[in-house]
Every structure is written in C-alpha cells, then in structure tokens.
Design a protein. Structure first.
Length: 326
C-alpha cells in the first residue's frame, strides 16, 4: 500500500492531503535515474583505473617477466662483448705480432654500414620498451658481424702460422756436411785468394774440406731445381729452391743422390763431396742466396750449433786465406 502524505494548511487550520502530480513523479524518477547513472559511471571509472582485471594483471606480470629476461639477456650480451673484445686484443697484439702481421683495421672489425639504421622501424614503435629492444637487437647483430670478421682473422692467423712453419723449414739453418769438430771450414765468405789465379777475388760461399764421398745434406726443405755437370767452374753442382726467396748451391760434388724436381727435407742426403770443376782439393763449396743476392752462409748455421760453437765457426770462416775452388 502506497504511503499518503499530508500537509497543514494555515489558512483553514486543517490537514490536507498532498496531491502528487504525474509531472512531479516523472521529474523525480528522472533525477534519481540520472544520479544513479552518474554514480555508476564514477564507480566504473574508479574501478577501471584502480582495480586490475585478471587479464590486465596477467599481462602486467607478463610484461615484467619479459623486461626481466630482456635485462638479463642484455647483461649476457655485454659480458660476451667484453670477452670478445679480449679475444680481439689477443688476436691483434699477440698472435699477429708474433706472426709478423699488423693488427686489423678497427673499421674492419666494426663491420657495420655507416649511416644505415636497420632498426629505425622498431624504434618508431609506440612502446616504452621499443628503444631498449632495438638496442639489444643492434648489439646482437654487431656481435654476430664481429664474430664473422674474427673468424676470417683466425683463418688468416692459421694461414700465417702455416706460412711461418714453412718459412722456418725453408731457412738454410744447418751445415751441409758433418762438422762436429768444427774443423771442416777451409775458407769463408768474402775476399779470398783464388787457388788457381792467385789473386784476391770475391768468394761467394763457404768451402768445407772433407774426403771424397762424404755425404752432403740439404740445409732446408725445398725442391731441386738444377743438377749441373761441368768440367770447369763449379763442376758438378746442385741447386735447391727453398721458397721465400731462399736458394742454396752445392758445388764440386762427386755424385748426386737427387734429381731435378725432387722435393727434399732439411738434413736429407743429396749428394757426395767431390773434387770436380775448378778445384784444388776435395771439398764442398756451399752458397746461400736470398732474393738472388749471395750472402754469407755462416749466419744461418744456428740449428745445429750452440752459441760457443757458432762463435768458433764464425771465427774460422772469417780467416782471409786461400779458397779451395772457384
């Protein structure tokens, strides 16, 4: 049953019933509806901005998790970058220095393309993490490029190492005949008295006095390029090309143990001491040439002599006496 309202009329001094008009009822209803709707909207706004939905909460945790992993990944990338820098320094300042090669140009090591930003589109994405993600991608790509450059450098180091091994094997580093007592050197490199003409002439090698038939050894790895037989001059002579500009000659031989084109190793027998050609006694005339220039072979007898023995050999070779052959 609806409630009935009364009011007191002062003129008639009586209570009269309040008559509610339809318009009043409609206005009151609209007011209540508007107020309720406004309150509801305010509550929704407050809830929306202050209370997370389960989906929003899940996404927020997912974003934090991704940020954590990106941060950890960035730390690992920085650590790898530092380790890689250390490898590059060892490559430039140790390996290449030892092998006689200069360090790589820093511009080559960077391996980038100046003025080109492949991550521009990613940086322009409307996201708070866009710059961070783009930077991480850039670091990884730079490391990948630097790794490729370093792999090429390591290949070059391996090639240089092999060349160094070949170079060391190509250096005429031993005496061509056994000379344990250091008495075989009869005449050294330089101006000497010619055994036949008795005038001072340039002696372009070292004469080792030894009996006919004494084994002659290759002083370094190489390939036989000439086996000459003459009745004057050097007589029976053998030439070996060791590469890297090194050539050795073995003259006045009695016989050969190798032939043209044959590859030989340091210490391998190649012939026998003789007395052929323009020679006054059995001996081996030994020459070393570098890039076509005849040099003193005594400077290369370091593989089979200790310092004291080497000094003795140098002393014997320096005596300005008469050579045994041309």
């Amino acid at each position: 049953m609806s409630r009935i309202n009364y009011y007191f009329d002062t003129e008639s001094s009586q209570y009269k019933r309040v008559k509610t008009r339809t318009s009043d009822f409609i206005i009151n209803a609209l007011g209540i509806t508007i107020l309720s709707t406004g309150i509801a909207i305010v509550l929704v706004i407050i809830y929306t901005f202050n209370v997370e939905s389960p989906r929003e909460s899940k996404l927020r945790h997912k974003v934090k998790e991704m940020e954590f992993y990106y941060t950890e990944l960035n730390k690992k990338v920085e650590s790898l970058k530092n380790e890689f820098t250390s490898i590059e320094k060892r490559d430039d300042n140790i390996y290449r220095v030892v092998l006689g090669a200069g360090p790589l140009d820093p511009a080559i090591r960077q391996g980038g393309v100046e003025g080109y930003d492949p991550y521009r589109d990613l940086r322009e994405v409307n996201s708070s993490n866009a710059e961070f993600i783009a930077g991480l991608h850039e670091k990884v790509d730079k490391l990948r490029r630097k790794l490729y450059i370093e792999s090429l450098s390591q290949d070059d180091v391996v090639r240089l190492t092999l060349n160094k091994e070949n170079l060391y094997a190509a250096i005429p580093a031993i005496q061509p005949v056994s000379n344990k007592q250091l008495i075989a050197i009869a005449s050294g490199f330089g101006l000497r008295i010619h055994p036949v003409y008795k005038v001072i002439r340039m002696h372009t090698g070292i004469d080792f006095a030894a009996p006919i038939g004494t084994t002659v050894h290759a002083t370094a790895d190489g390939r036989v390029t000439a086996v000459d037989v003459k009745f004057d001059g050097y007589g029976k002579m053998l030439t070996i090309d060791h590469g890297f500009g090194y050539i050795t000659r073995y003259a006045h031989l009695q016989d050969f143990l190798v032939k043209v084109g044959q590859k030989v190793k340091r210490g391998e027998p190649i012939g026998y001491v003789g007395n052929t050609g323009l020679s006054t006694a059995s001996h081996l005339h030994y020459e070393v040439l570098i890039n076509g220039e005849q040099i003193d072979p005594v400077h290369y007898f370091f593989n089979d002599l200790n310092p004291v023995e080497y000094e003795k050999v140098v002393e014997l070779a320096s005596v300005k006496n008469q050579s045994l052959g041309n």
